[in-house]
Design a protein around this ligand. Structure first.
Ligand code: EPU
Length: 324
């Protein structure tokens, strides 16, 4: 499985197949049911940590297709996310520009409710179609049915769903207030549009985040912790520079800042290390193992907890599910 996860961990699977359409997907699920195998559906593996062995059937999702109509866009879950955003840019379909250059597939996007530069997928999504891997029924979920929150959704908790397509409505407003976007537009004297925001986002991501091809990684390794306003006040009195942003009912801290403030950039265990470019990204610099990663993750969590009394939660999915 090493080539199927962007972190490049060595891993094996008991069974593996690819599904290019819903019939093949259903056939693979039936095969697993007949043999009482667990099923794991894989996108492009860019937000995934693989354990050393997956005792079940791994299905690589290759469902393709995207259709634009006047008031909506429907895309199959095996499509590449960035290719979808780029085609929106070319067709002038507004709404996904802030989510440019996010690695991964369309199907993974609602599962973890991808977000960047002031927009989350849940702000844009109309509905999700999913196949139930236990009952083989296909269900359409409205935005509210998906129970979205920060990097979370119904599908992250209920593993029986395999997302088959998503639908985005047109008529989305532009969001440009995030400093990286605003400053880019001002500096280059650009008018605000879906296209210029997309360019600003691409420039920011290329500058800030380590290149996947050179430094295998899974993007942000931890979620930004959300604390209560009272907890934030206490932290602010002790650490006046600590960033905090109002998020839903609490204050979102910057996990990157917490890690960076402890001088942990560059810290390494075995073949994995904290990127020197962005403190929230762990890279596999030389044949790192699942164990190395587990140890580094624990070290970061412990250091942040003892300095700030804040618990970090990891952001990518772990397969098979286990604490790391
Ligand atoms: N910072 C540091 N040190 C660093 C990097 C950042 O102190 O090495 C501080 C700075 O103060 C900076 C703040 O952290 O202003 C926030 O950094 P950044 O703008 O890079 O955003 P982030 O909170 O670290 C989140 C998402 C990213 C998304 C960006 C942009 C999460 C877990 N991560 O990162 O998403 O691209 O915002 O909106 O919410 C991902 O989920 O994999 C991901 C990359």
């Amino acid at each position: 499985m090493r080539k199927l996860n962007s972190f490049g961990l060595n891993s094996t699977a008991r069974w593996f197949c690819e599904a290019f359409n819903i019939e093949e997907l259903s056939e693979a699920v039936a095969f697993a049911k007949d043999r009482s195998l667990d099923v794991f559906v894989l996108g492009s593996g860019t937000n995934l940590i693989l354990g050393t062995h997956i005792d079940g059937l791994v299905i690589k999702n290759n469902l393709r297709g995207r259709t634009f109509s006047e008031n909506q866009l429907k895309a199959s879950s095996g499509e590449n996310w960035e290719e979808l955003v780029r085609s929106c840019d070319l067709k002038g379909f507004q709404g996904l520009e802030n989510l440019g250059l996010i690695p991964g597939t369309v199907g993974a996007a609602p599962i973890q409710n991808i977000g960047a530069y002031g927009v989350e997928l849940s702000d844009r999504l109309k509905s999700v179609e999913a196949l139930n891997l236990f009952t083989s029924e296909t269900v359409t979920f409205s935005n509210t049915d998906c129970e979205f929150s920060y990097r979370d959704s119904k599908f992250k908790k209920e593993k029986e769903w395999c997302v088959t397509s998503i639908t985005i409505s047109s008529g989305n407003e532009l969001v440009w207030e995030y400093p990286d976007v605003r400053i880019y537009l001002e500096k280059h004297n650009l008018e605000m549009s879906s296209g210029t925001i997309y360019r600003a986002v691409c420039v920011a991501r290329k500058r800030k985040l380590p290149d996947l091809r050179r430094f295998p990684n899974v993007g942000s390794f931890f979620k930004n912790p959300v604390v209560t306003a009272e907890k934030y006040k206490i932290l602010e009195s002790q650490f006046p520079n600590i960033p905090g942003y109002v998020y839903r009912h609490g204050i979102k801290l910057s996990a990157a800042w917490l890690i960076d403030s402890l001088d942990l950039k560059g810290q390494s265990i075995g073949g994995v290390s904290i990127s020197r470019q962005h403190a929230l990204v762990i890279i596999n610099h030389s044949a790192g193992t699942f164990d190395d990663l587990k140890k580094l993750s624990k070290l970061i969590k412990t250091r942040v907890h003892s300095a700030y009394d804040v618990s970090l939660e990891i952001e990518p999915e772990v397969l098979p599910e286990q604490p790391i």
